[in-house]
Design a protein around this ligand. Structure first.
Ligand code: ADP
Ligand code: MG
Length: 681
């Protein structure tokens, strides 16, 4: 690939203060020394004093300054937990919460889960002894339900505030509110980038504590022409760096697990072919669903005379700091959830990143020494095609879940909730309508008994409704398995490049007539019958780790079902009840077969297609329900079941009118021949 160098990103001015730390020196440094070398360390006492003096403090500092790992420890050492209260620290990402907690436990020489712990959805690794608690922002949001004044905390840190996730944004309003009547609660808002002023004015002009950054210059390179295949371009660039550049680790930003696995395979293959002609290249992936022992590997020091390549999602943009990165490769994309309030549809899609993200990514290369960032797009594209900033999640995703939680907290007037940036009114209204149609709200907009039960589940309202509806349809046993399988957003099916045919055959063997939810149930049940065997997974091209996670999630869902007093019962021999229970939750996601070989969504007439992986891909029933939409080359429905339109009147009488569903026959459409499948779905 031909790159052109553009400019060099400035290192900051206070570079004189730092000493060059050679790699070997770094490795010798023990934990104490490492802690002392972090940019936040010289400010320890000033920071503690500022926190003592002010109830709310905004902390701003470059990624890697030690905000997340050090500040809670400083507070602990300064006695902020003496009264038996905890220090909480939220993270937008699951992996970050786990990994940072593990690191801090190590630094404090305690066992993870004792004094230092973490709590994420479906996994609580804390105990009575826990005083430093890392958690996802979503977890803290839920904690408000059981502890509305956060009484067990003395300090709450809303970390990575610049990420502006939906939960973080809502937490701003909630913690601001309680800080008024809990004067003893210290509130820290910590952020990597330039939003500090905005946070400060939101929190009634709270003071800003700036940790001066240490940044080395980073040379920026752009491609001369746009890259058609950025995965391939990544592989080529990695090898170019490896062959032509001095040692130093490489960080590559990809959009998700599948891309990372593909890139990993291609790269491994090419490296193998180059044989001993090149130095050792260690390839390490990092993404949300990667098991934690594998995640920990990215932090292990690189062996001498070798180079580490980390293939990461944008979790490595600011949430995780990996030392010794000298080269960054940035294809310029990220996966994003987008909600269209006109059509009410939410789609996961790969989108170009913002300039702010691109600069964060480049910055990862200049933390320990001058670095280089290779952007796989043109300088023109950077200037003209990228937005300045990423739009906060609250302004682009479905608010159903957030609204249900706020209602459950007794916050009724959402239009006047204290938002940092308010969501579009139509999105709020749509969420209210959706909750009404699901039976969670009455026509005054108040939470119903059903809504209260739905709020018990840490899942989106549609899934909560499906779980609750399984009571009526006497299939809770099956539905909890299906919900657990759907919640494992990592891949269930394993598809190695050299065994694609075998893997696809194995997958087809699990297929069930009426659709994918039932196929997933089939996978789960067969695995359970095998006594949860690893060998069984291996033989059937199933990812054991994903299944193990599904089993954990299932167990928790079973507990939650007991909390809302639903017995776990089975006994359905026909799948109709199961599909009706699913429809009770997901009646928004219905599409009808139309002329021309594709589907149209019922309410908005949007063209959608069945994903080629689906059991129904060849079948094309007249009415289908989908779990999610994914946009690749087209709008694809993923996880699809066949339904009967008359069920919609039974499960969602407020939402559907008989007229819309006139054609309620259940006969299959003639198979379309010569229909070409999408290329890269
Ligand atoms: P910030 O929150 O300001 O971005 P952090 O506190 O996350 O900074 O990081 C400070 C240092 O701790 C970094 O040098 C980083 O490499 C190190 N670190 C963080 N997590 C881990 C981990 N799991 N293993 C090893 N080092 C880690
Ligand atoms: Mg951090």
């Amino acid at each position: 690939i031909a790159f052109v160098q553009a400019l060099t990103m400035d290192g900051s001015k206070d570079n004189e203060a730092k000493k060059e730390i050679s790699e070997t020196e770094r490795k010798k440094m023990d934990i104490e020394e490492t802690k002392r070398s972090l940019p936040v360390f010289p400010f320890r006492d000033d920071l503690i004093r500022a926190i003592q003096d002010h109830q709310v403090l905004i902390i701003e500092g470059e990624t890697g300054s030690g905000k997340t790992t050090q500040v809670p420890q400083y507070l602990y050492e300064a006695g902020f937990t003496k009264d038996g209260k905890k220090i909480g620290c939220t993270q937008p990402r699951r992996v970050a919460a786990m990994s940072v907690a593990a690191r801090v436990a190590e630094e404090m020489k305690v066992k993870l889960g004792n004094e230092v712990g973490y709590s994420i959805r479906f996994e609580d690794c804390t105990s009575e002894r826990t005083v430093l608690k890392y958690m996802t922002d979503g977890t803290l949001h839920r904690e408000f339900l059981s502890e509305p004044d956060l009484a067990s905390y003395s300090v709450m840190i809303i970390d990575e505030a610049h990420e502006r996730t939906l939960h973080t944004d809502i937490l701003f309003g909630l913690v601001k509110d309680i800080s008024r009547f809990r004067k003893d609660l210290k509130l820290l808002i910590s952020s990597a980038t330039l939003d500090a002023e905005k946070f400060s004015s939101f929190f009634d002009d709270a003071p800003i504590f700036r940790i001066p950054g240490r940044r080395y210059p980073v040379d920026l390179y752009y491609t001369k022409a746009p890259e058609a295949d950025y995965i391939d371009a990544c592989v080529v660039s990695i090898l170019q760096i490896h062959v032509t550049q001095p040692l130093g680790d490489v960080l590559v930003f990809l959009t998700g697990q599948e891309e990372i696995e593909t890139c990993h395979e291609i790269l491994t293959d090419r490296v193998k072919r180059l044989g001993s002609k090149i130095k050792e290249l260690l390839i390490l992936p990092i993404y949300a669903n990667l098991p934690s022992d594998m995640q920990a590997k990215i932090f292990e020091p690189t062996p001498p005379n070798a180079r580490k390549v980390i293939l990461a999602t944008n979790i490595a943009e600011t949430s995780l700091t990996i030392d010794n990165i000298i080269y960054v490769i940035d294809p310029g994309f990220a996966k994003q959830n987008n909600f269209n309030s006109r059509t009410g549809m939410e789609t996961l899609m790969v989108v170009p990143i913002s300039k702010a993200s691109a600069n964060q990514r480049a910055g990862r290369a200049g933390r320990v020494a001058p670095g280089k960032c290779f952007r796989l797009y043109t300088a023109w594209a950077y200037q003209h095609e990228l937005e300045e900033n990423t739009v906060p999640e609250i302004q682009r995703i479905n608010l159903g879940n957030a609204v249900l939680m706020l209602k459950a907290l007794g916050i009724n007037d959402l239009l006047h909730f204290d938002f940092l940036d308010p969501p579009p009114t139509e999105t709020l209204v749509l969420a209210l309508e959706q909750l009404y149609a699901l039976g969670a709200l009455n026509h005054h907009g108040e939470l119903t008994k059903m809504g209260r039960r739905m709020a018990e589940f840490p899942v989106d309202p549609m899934m909560a409704k499906m779980l609750l509806a399984s009571e009526k349809y006497k299939c809770s046993e099956e539905i909890v398995s299906i919900a657990a399988m759907l919640s494992v957003n990592g891949a269930i099916f394993y598809r190695p490049k050299d065994k694609i045919i075998h893997a696809d055959t194995a997958r087809k063997n699990f297929n069930q007539n009426h659709g994918d939810h039932l196929s997933l149930l089939n996978v789960y049940n067969q695995w359970a019958e095998s006594d949860y065997s690893t060998q069984w997974c291996y033989e059937n091209f199933i990812q054991y780790r994903s299944m193990k996670r599904a089993r954990d999630v299932r167990e928790q869902l079973v507990n939650l079902m007991q909390r809302v007093e639903i017995d776990i019962v089975s006994g359905v021999t026909e799948s109709i009840n199961i599909r009706k229970a699913i429809t009770s939750g997901y009646f928004y996601h219905i599409a009808k077969f139309s002329k021309g070989g594709h589907y149209k969504t019922v309410k908005h007439n949007q063209t959608v297609m069945i994903h080629p992986n689906s059991a129904l891909f060849e079948d094309l029933p007249r009415w289908v329900l989908y779990h999610e939409l994914v946009f690749t080359t087209k709008e694809f429905m993923r996880q699809v079941i066949e339904i009967e339109s008359k069920w919609l009147l039974e499960v969602a009488p407020h939402y559907y009118k008989a007229k819309e569903l006139e054609d309620s026959t259940n006969k299959k459409m003639p198979k379309v021949v010569g229909r070409s499948g999408p290329s890269d779905a």
